[in-house]
Design a protein around this ligand. Structure first.
Ligand code: NOJ
Length: 598
């Protein structure tokens, strides 16, 4: 495949390094435990940094490691400058940074500043009295009384089911929380609060050598200030979906630009924001246009949310979707940056979603599992934008077994939706919710990483009790088994990640055009060199079905008459990569890439 000459620090053709870097998300509680307490930690992560380097990772994103009561797995921070003890210490972070930087890798942390934990000192002060100087750092409102009965200020529904307001007995007001009651929202309208966020959370870590942030819920800092009821869309609930009230609010671009100009920019820190509820490219571009000086990139969730219901409503009532939907959404979020100075991302897993191979692939047999995981890999590595991989994706980790009961689901969101279904007294709803959770719950991606076939999958000591149950299949699905096997999913990811960089002008920077958008088995697209004017083209053909012998599109025609050369097939030497009448004859769950050059 030739050698890689890419320099991690300078990037390609004057582009910033992070555009073609491969990011890898570590969910620290579940990655590697070094001290046998059943909870992953920083020394464990540091001990596996060579593994990440070997895989081809350039930037490690570590999900929250800060002090926290862990009501939402660290997305409820009680002290931004301390490390949650089971994860380790500040010195461990320094070591992680040193070890990563020594290898030319970078590290970004999760910045969770839409809300804090209710145990954060700022909130303790804020709730202590109505006249406390930090009262206004959170969002407090008086109750509404209807017929003498106390009601929250608005009818908004929170992410984890239930209302967005919790009553505080002591000061006799409600505070706002878009997530759990334990996660009060900060008031970004208050300038002192914003300054404290920049200093206390951002500069503190950047001064310590962190390379940037994944920014949690970045588009919810500015809320509409009229605090009115949302229209009733669910007549059976007192709590209504209301993202238009608190998402992409009137001052959002001002706040993010300020954050960039005051902190991110001066430190040249890379930023990737979590941008939910924003499925319109015209609304996304202002966040990621280079000229706007806000964020380097964002995660837009249309593709990864396929199959879920309304996230502020019946999220876990599964909604089947055709392949054509996956294809057109991919095209939409690939091509929306073409001709602009904006940038996009590619990802199909994270800690808030179930496993890709279980959702978009085929786990019905070991053979189909391997094939479909590789085809998903080929899909991802040929997409334009910065690529993000989630821990375990590279070995094809799957959802928790369907035989596991609700007691194995530990996530606050899963419990919230399940409790809501049970409280409704509607058995059908409970059954459907359990089914939806078995396909889509956030828990699936949070179970311990499978390193080897020793007890507890090598995640923690043999006699320890991991915080979440280890998958039943760990003896056959683990890193050790795949590491030395050239036909494994892991080996495929390694070579595919190298291939992505060798052909960066197509895969990282190219344009994207679907071929045969209506085909419900074959996912095919053309990538073209958009910038270099080299005339290079690639046609990616993915058989997203278990059907043998499906015909792909006419590859020569897709390349405007150029002669196609096979660059790679997920079947490698096992496949015969046949072409009939110009159309690739695809094996079940096979992926191939053709290019028009040697
Ligand atoms: C998004 C995070 O990814 C998710 O895990 C968390 O529950 C919410 N934001 C709240 O911080």
């Amino acid at each position: 495949m030739g050698s890689i000459t890419w320099d991690r620090n300078t990037g390609w053709a004057g582009e910033p390094y992070w555009k073609e870097a491969t990011f890898y998300q570590v969910y620290p509680a579940s990655f590697k435990d070094s001290n046998g307490d059943g909870w992953g930690d920083l020394p464990g992560l540091i001990s596996e940094i060579d593994y990440l380097e070997e895989l081809g990772v350039d930037v490690i994103w570590v999900s929250p490691i800060f002090e926290s009561p862990q009501k939402d797995m660290g997305y409820d921070v009680s002290d931004y400058q301390k490390i949650y003890e089971p994860y380790g210490s500040l010195e461990n972070v320094d070591t992680l940074l040193r070890e990563a930087h020594r290898r030319g890798m970078k590290v970004i942390l999760d910045l969770v500043v839409n809300h804090t934990s209710q145990e954060h000192e700022w909130f303790r002060e804020s709730r202590s009295s109505k006249t406390n100087p930090k009262r206004d750092w959170y969002i407090w409102k008086p109750a509404r009384y209807i017929d003498g009965v106390r009601h929250p200020p608005t009818n908004w529904r929170s992410y984890f089911a239930g209302p967005t307001w919790t009553w505080d007995e002591h000061t006799q007001e409600y505070y706002l929380h878009l997530y759990a009651p334990d996660q009060p929202d900060l008031n970004w309208e208050n300038e002192d609060c914003r300054r404290a966020i920049y200093d206390n959370t951002m500069r503190f870590w950047l001064d310590r050598g962190v390379d940037g942030f994944r920014i949690d819920t970045v588009n919810k800092y500015s809320k509409r200030q009229d605090f009115i009821d949302a229209p009733v869309t669910d007549a059976n609930s007192p709590h209504q979906s209301a993202p238009e009230m608190w998402c992409n609010g009137p001052r959002i671009h001002e706040f993010i630009r300020e954050m960039n100009d005051e902190v991110l920019g001066p430190y040249r820190a890379v930023s990737v924001g979590e941008l939910s509820n924003t499925p319109n490219p015209e609304q996304v571009i202002p966040y990621v246009s280079a000229a706007a000086r806000e964020l380097d990139m964002v995660f837009e969730f249309s593709v990864i949310r396929l199959g879920t219901g309304n996230i502020l409503g019946p999220k876990y009532i599964y909604q089947p979707f055709p392949l054509s939907r996956l294809k057109t959404l991919t095209e939409k979020w690939q091509s929306f940056v073409e001709g602009t100075d904006a940038w996009t991302t590619a990802f199909i897993e994270n800690h808030d979603n179930a496993r890709a191979v279980s959702r978009f692939g085929d786990t019905s047999t070991p053979e189909m599992w391997v094939r479909s995981a590789k085809t998903i890999a080929l899909w991802q590595v040929t997409l334009t934008g910065t690529l993000f991989i989630y821990q375990g994706q590279e070995i094809g980790m799957t959802n928790m077994p369907s035989s596991w009961g609700i007691e194995e689901y530990k996530d606050v969101e899963s419990s919230g939706f399940y409790a809501e279904a049970v409280a409704s007294g509607d058995e059908e709803r409970v059954r459907k919710t359990l089914h939806g959770l078995s396909l889509l719950a956030r828990d699936h991606s949070r179970i311990p990483f499978q390193w080897d076939d020793s007890p507890n999958a090598g995640f923690t000591a043999a006699g320890a009790t991991p915080w979440m149950r280890v998958h039943d299949d760990y003896r056959s699905l683990n890193v050790a088994r795949q590491r030395g096997d050239p036909a494994s999913i892991l080996s495929f990811y390694k070579s595919a990640l190298r291939l992505r960089k060798q052909h960066r002008e197509l895969f990282v920077f190219g344009t994207f055009k679907l071929v045969d958008p209506e085909d419900e088995s074959i996912f095919a697209y053309v990538k073209r060199d958009a910038r270099g004017g080299s005339g290079k083209k690639a046609v990616v053909v993915l058989n997203m079905s278990g059907e043998e012998g499906r015909l792909g599109p006419d590859v020569t025609a897709a390349m405007d008459g150029d002669e196609p050369r096979l660059l790679v097939s997920t079947r490698g030497k096992e496949g015969d990569a046949k072409i009939k009448g110009g159309k690739p004859v695809m094996s079940a769950w096979e992926g191939r890439v053709y290019v028009n050059y040697e």
